[in-house]
Design a protein around this ligand. Structure first.
Ligand code: ADP
Ligand code: MG
Length: 370
């Protein structure tokens, strides 16, 4: 977003002052209730101290040189690595919208950070630190203990330090802002794909959606299939190492959160190109399709893989000359990387079966407010 000129900012601030005066009556009512109270023996600050503040020295192996000052002051202080840009992203998770009320808090803590780290991965950035905006309906210590366990287990894996946040009372909502660094000029973007580039995805697609449909009661799965799909839904693996390895190799990249076709549409728009997806990797045996999906009908499989969300895999393009390098990387990292199509001139996204017939897909991807 472009920044506003100073005159506009002055007007905005003046408006804020008059709004504040107009609202003074309701403010007075608000003042009467203690703003900080989470209505529990454990107050806001004790809660932060107990579950989110970690004391220096304990986690020295993960100490992050960019973090000068962490939790406890009005601001965190970060120092930049020379020659690097900050990569910053926020993702919120709202109860009932992004997760079920009874989800295991350990998984929720993991996923809240994982979806943010996935954005850093998509840009090829190294995770450094994050902030946590936590809105809780009430203080539930066993929930907090599980949530912070899942959160920090993943944070420690990437040396990503919690440097601050906000804690308030209200419907359960978790907003994380993650910060990473990337050498100047090397960030992966959605906009760099060229005509003829190969289109790739990491991991397996459609599993999270399979798990969601099973949990919603729309689909019956064997206990093993359910366990697998639910784990993929609740505990996605951010592809941070892959994102770093793709720097200098991929012409464009993004992470898949809302479904392959819809997300690919964003990459195409940014790159000003079209794409052709071939379905042989969905229809036949491939490393991009888990055995649990292989067991489903062709239509089911196509719909889950092409439109199912919450995969948090990477979608990226590389020039054809990099094909062997990508396949070697896949072997070295033990991460499936599957070529799914090609970038073409124009603006359309076509899905073709083995006979070259166009495959029609009903729902493209998830969108809020639609
Ligand atoms: P302020 O009112 O000055 O914004 P707060 O009183 O809300 O600060 O928070 C006190 C300190 O605790 C700050 O350093 C803040 O970043 C940190 N903090 C608050 N909530 C969280 C949280 N959920 N996770 C991590 N740090 C938090
Ligand atoms: Mg303050």
């Amino acid at each position: 977003m472009s920044s506003l000129p100073t005159s506009a900012l002055t007007k905005l601030e003046a408006k804020a002052t008059s709004d504040a005066q107009a609202d003074s009556a309701s403010d007075a009512a608000l003042e009467a209730t203690p703003k900080r109270s989470l209505k529990s023996p454990l107050g806001e600050f004790d809660l932060i101290e107990r579950y989110f503040k970690r004391h220096t020295g304990v986690h020295t192996t993960f100490s992050q040189p960019t973090v000068v000052l962490g939790i406890g002051d009005d601001c965190a202080l970060l120092s930049s690595t020379p020659g690097h840009h900050w990569a910053v992203s926020t993702d919120s998770m709202v109860e009932g919208r992004h997760f079920f009320p009874d989800v295991d808090p350990v998984h929720l803590g993991h996923k809240a950070l994982a979806v943010n780290l996935s954005d850093l991965a998509a840009c090829g950035a190294t995770p450094r630190c994050f902030t946590l905006g936590l809105t809780l309906p009430h203080v539930d210590e066993s929930w907090l203990s599980g949530f912070s366990e899942g959160l920090f287990a993943l944070a420690d894996q990437y040396g990503c330090v919690l440097v601050g946040g906000d804690t308030t009372q209200g419907p359960l909502n978790i907003a994380i802002t993650v910060m990473g660094e990337v050498p100047q000029g090397q960030a992966l973007r959605r906009s760099g794909a060229r005509v003829g580039d190969d289109l790739w995805v990491s991991g397996t697609l459609g599993d999270a959606r399979l798990g969601l449909e099973a949990l919603l009661g729309e689909r019956r799965l064997s206990p093993q299939a359910l366990q697998y799909a639910q784990h993929r839904l609740e505990c996605p693996t951010p592809r941070v190492a892959l994102g770093l390895a793709l720097r200098g190799l991929a012409s464009s990249a993004m992470d898949l959160s809302d479904g392959l076709l819809g997300d690919l549409g964003h990459l195409l728009k940014s790159s000003g190109l079209g794409a052709q997806i071939e379905t042989h990797w969905i229809d036949g045996e491939s490393q991009a399709i888990s055995p649990w999906l292989q067991a489903l009908s062709l239509d089911d499989r196509r719909s889950l893989v092409l439109s199912g969300g919450d995969d948090y895999e990477l979608l990226f393009t590389t020039p054809v000359s990099a094909r062997d390098a990508v396949l070697a990387m896949s072997r070295e990292m033990s991460t499936p990387l599957t070529r799914i199509g090609v970038m073409v001139p124009g603006h359309s996204l076509r899905v073709l079966d083995a006979q070259g017939h166009e495959v029609k897909i009903q729902q493209h991807s998830y969108e809020h407010f639609s």
